[in-house]
Design a protein around this ligand. Structure first.
Ligand code: NDP
Length: 428
């Protein structure tokens, strides 16, 4: 007989700020600047809905393990909620709530008709077989079949998930409604309705917003060096696209360690090495190993955190040498570091602007699925780049208008759009 265990093993989050508190402290500042009324403030500070599911999954050894999963819908006033699903052993509810709210702000900043959501399962996919991950993904989809829907709530990949998991989710959801429902999820494989340009979209948006900020700061491409933390989807595509533009990438890292080359790392070689070595940079000879903590304070002009939350803190912020930080990851800067960074005169292109290229092309994928028509790669890239540039300019102008950081300006733009929509729709 199968035995039942609940798999819940969050690793200790030493020195990490609560991402929900980080998000709220910025939200509060922006709400104050906007003079947001109390009713709208109260609506926006809490999620519309949060669902916790316990999913029994038969593991390869015949035992049944029960995983805890979440789906948080922060807000749907602008449209169906949109947000990724994270598989990680450190997933916890406050993190999912923060990530869901960031999705609301992100979609509002780039002016796409979506609300915000996020999901996650506490699990360690690196120790699970493909069969175990498939059974877990299908069970999670079934448990949330009344939450998901192409006009209701549209998941996407996040850390630990990719096109493979999205294909299983789409298939399982389609079975529950008795027809193929492509638009229920984005980030699907190309052959089953995925969009050209989606894989590189987030990294491309990071690159586009970085170049836009460099123009404002009068930084020249040929004189600019970069350090990138994280070499997964976002980090490696950001590195590749910046490298192709002529920026000098001096440092990259993944969980195996950090790697430094003062003359610049050949990113094509680094990606080829990673692909040939189980997805890791460990042993990469095109650079020398460096202390991973030192990457964040290394001698570079641009810093791109593209891995996890809360890596820039009040402890290391005083030592950052970059003049520009472009946030590829969600929430990489703890709120307590904001005043230090601002006082040092470092510009930050915040996560809700810098990494919104991903949700923008996810939106294009959903539009294509609904149209039943595939766009060319050029159409995707040209439209996404324009949306990113327009959003950057709007946030930049807002920062000048109120004399505030780009981060608070991005929240002001987003909250203003959501609040105005509430005013027009009314209905409390
Ligand atoms: P991936 O899982 O593809 O990559 C994460 C990368 O970070 C991996 O290289 C991983 O190393 C590395 N990493 C993890 N922990 C550390 C650490 N402590 N120090 C250095 N490197 C570390 O995730 P994504 O690239 O998709 O996501 C990265 C971030 O970007 C997340 O915050 C995500 O929410 C955000 N984001 C992603 C979007 C997307 O479209 N994918 C869209 C918007 C935001 P290893 O592989 O060795 O484990």
């Amino acid at each position: 007989m199968a035995t039942h265990t609940v798999y819940k093993e969050p690793a200790p989050l030493i020195d990490r700020e609560n991402p929900l508190e980080s998000m709220m402290s910025r939200f509060n500042v922006a709400a104050e600047i906007l003079g947001l009324d109390e009713e709208t403030y109260n609506v926006l500070k809490t999620p519309d809905k949060q669902v916790i599911v316990h999913i029994p999954v038969t593991m390869d050894n015949g035992k049944v393990r029960v995983f805890e999963g979440y789906r948080v819908i922060h807000n749907t006033i602008l449209g169906p909620s949109k947000g990724g699903i994270r598989y990680d052993k450190n997933v916890y509810l406050d993190e999912v709530k923060a990530l869901a709210a960031w999705m609301t702000w992100k979609c509002a900043v780039v002016d796409i008709p979506y609300g915000g959501a996020k999901g996650g399962i506490i699990c360690d996919p690196t120790t699970m077989s493909a069969g175990e991950i498939e059974r877990m993904t299908r069970a999670y989809t079934l448990a949330l079949k009344d939450v998901f829907g192409p006009d209701r709530d549209i998941p996407a990949p996040d850390m630990g998930t990719g096109p493979r998991e999205m294909a299983w989710l789409m298939d399982e959801f389609s079975k529950t409604v008795g027809m193929t429902s492509s638009a229920v999820v984005t980030g699907k494989p190309l052959v089953m309705g995925g969009s050209l340009g989606r894989t590189e979209a987030t990294g491309r948006g990071v690159m586009v917003s970085c170049l836009a900020a460099m123009v404002k700061l009068d930084m020249k491409i040929e004189e600019t060096s970069v350090a990138i933390q994280g070499f997964g989807n976002v980090g490696s595509w950001t590195a590749k696209l910046m490298f192709d533009k002529g920026l000098k990438i001096k440092a990259v890292s993944d969980i195996s360690g950090a790697y430094w080359n003062a003359d610049g790392i050949n990113i094509d070689e680094a990606i080829a090495y990673k692909n040939a070595h189980g997805g890791r940079l460990e042993g990469f000879t095109g650079a020398v190993p460096m202390d991973p903590d030192e990457l964040l304070t290394s001698e570079v002009d641009v810093l791109v955190p593209a891995a996890v939350e809360d890596v820039i803190t009040e402890h290391n912020a005083p030592y950052i040498k970059a003049k520009l930080i472009v946030e590829g990851a969600n929430g990489p800067t703890a709120a307590s570091a904001d005043p230090i960074i601002y006082a040092k005169g470092i510009s930050v292109v915040p996560d809700i602007l810098a990494n919104s290229g991903g949700v923008t092309v996810s939106y294009f994928e959903w539009v294509q699925n609904k149209q039943g028509f595939k766009w060319t790669a050029e159409m995707v890239t040209e439209r996404a780049d324009r949306i990113m540039s327009d959003a950057f300019e709007k946030v930049y102008q807002t920062s000048l208008k109120y004399n505030i950081s780009l981060r608070i300006a991005a929240y002001v733009v987003a909250i203003d759009k959501v609040a105005q929509t509430y005013k027009f729709r009314g209905g409390f």
